[in-house]
Design a protein around this ligand. Structure first.
Ligand code: SF4
Ligand code: SF4
Length: 348
């Protein structure tokens, strides 16, 4: 598109535009319906659970567009966490809209002391760096935790995020529970290296583990420095992981949050350093996440976010109460050699 960015006010409903700066308060009416109150108007937002990795068929998008036409003059939006959100001008319409969405099979909920969203990166769909199938894990987790979106209450707000690798495009580290894909192998250089931009490949390594061998028209990976991030594998088809089906897996990270409520934004800590990939349903991962949620639900005070509960009781008690085994790699030691040792059954 050419030209300067167009003003965002071109894309919002008049009712919202005329209330910019005039909103006084909002309240949650029931799961999935929020009322926004200004001096002049009331508007209702209706929140829908996202599909895994925010993939929607054109058929679904057309149905969404029909609902937006019917209830709010063609306006709707997707949140940054992929949830479709619809609007209504009256509470009566909001409730009707909720019923319409539920009859299409879309759960309406989120907000308050419920699951707010599950975000996931594209994983293998579009990305050469993935160590785990983020959308599949998001789907498996979603099926297991959807009851917390609008039925079962939790102590406080709760979010889940899945990222295919530590780059964390899926928003991992800042969710209450995150899953992050991990490579536990040092990549090798193959014959195809000749087709790669050698200088560019060497430059991409964040720890300087790639040594350029100009004369031989190749590169060498210094194994003692490599952290197994996979960036070079993504950049050059001549560098591969030998047995990713055996060595790739993921970690479970707990206690992140992106919030201004004290103590502010927090980065999650590693509580399960390595689970081998186990498609299609990732049973151990799902079971571990459910165990953490249920323990928090049983033990926390009302309004206590997962990290607030953990900080009150202490991390030692967290491991004790959830029954999650403590490894020496837990609590953030995701060093490649340490993880390799753990994968092979050592490191306790
Ligand atoms: S988190 Fe990793 S696997 Fe997922 S899209 Fe980002 S770079 Fe790719
Ligand atoms: S995997 Fe990462 S650390 Fe290892 S050589 Fe490649 S870019 Fe460097």
């Amino acid at each position: 598109m050419e030209g300067p960015p167009r003003p965002y006010t071109e894309y919002i409903h008049d009712m919202i535009k005329r209330n910019i700066g005039k909103w006084k308060e909002h309240r949650f009416v029931e799961p999935g319906i929020m009322e926004h109150i200004s001096d002049n108007d009331k508007i209702y937002t209706i929140r829908v659970a996202s599909t895994s990795n925010a993939r929607y068929s054109t058929d679904t998008i057309r149905k969404f567009a029909d609902l937006a036409d019917k209830y709010f003059d063609g306006y709707m939006r997707f949140t940054g966490a992929f949830n479709p959100e619809f609007f209504a001008k009256t509470l009566e319409d909001a409730k009707k809209l909720k019923k319409d969405l539920e009859s299409m099979g879309f759960p309406v909920g989120g907000w308050e002391n419920h699951l707010w969203n599950i975000t996931s990166c594209a994983g293998y769909f579009h990305c050469a760096l993935a160590a785990t199938d983020a959308p599949s894990i998001a789907k498996s987790l979603g099926d297991a935790v959807i009851k917390y979106f609008n039925k079962d209450e939790l102590p406080a707000k709760f979010t889940l995020a899945v990222s295919g690798c530590p780059s964390a495009c899926g928003g991992a580290y800042l969710a209450d529970i995150s899953i992050v894909g991990i490579h536990t192998e040092i990549p090798i250089v193959t014959e195809n290296i000749k087709s790669c931009d050698l200088m560019g490949t060497a430059m991409i390594c964040p720890v300087g583990a790639i040594q350029l061998k100009q004369a031989e028209k190749t590169i060498e990976i210094r194994e003692n420095l490599c952290i197994g991030c996979g960036l070079c594998v993504g950049a050059c088809s001549g560098i591969i992981f030998r047995t990713p089906e055996k060595t790739d897996g993921h970690a479970v990270i707990v206690g992140g949050k992106a919030s201004s409520i004290p103590p502010g934004t927090q980065i999650g800590r590693v509580v399960i350093p390595f689970i081998p990939n186990d498609p299609p349903r990732y049973e151990l991962t799902v079971k571990s996440v459910l165990r953490i949620i249920e323990t928090w639900k049983k033990e926390a005070k009302k309004g206590e976010r997962l990290i607030a509960w953990i900080e009150r009781i202490g991390w030692e008690k967290f491991f004790e109460k959830t029954g999650i085994p403590f490894f020496k790699q837990s609590m953030d030691d995701l060093d490649l050699r340490s993880l390799m040792l753990l994968r092979e059954g050592g490191g306790k």
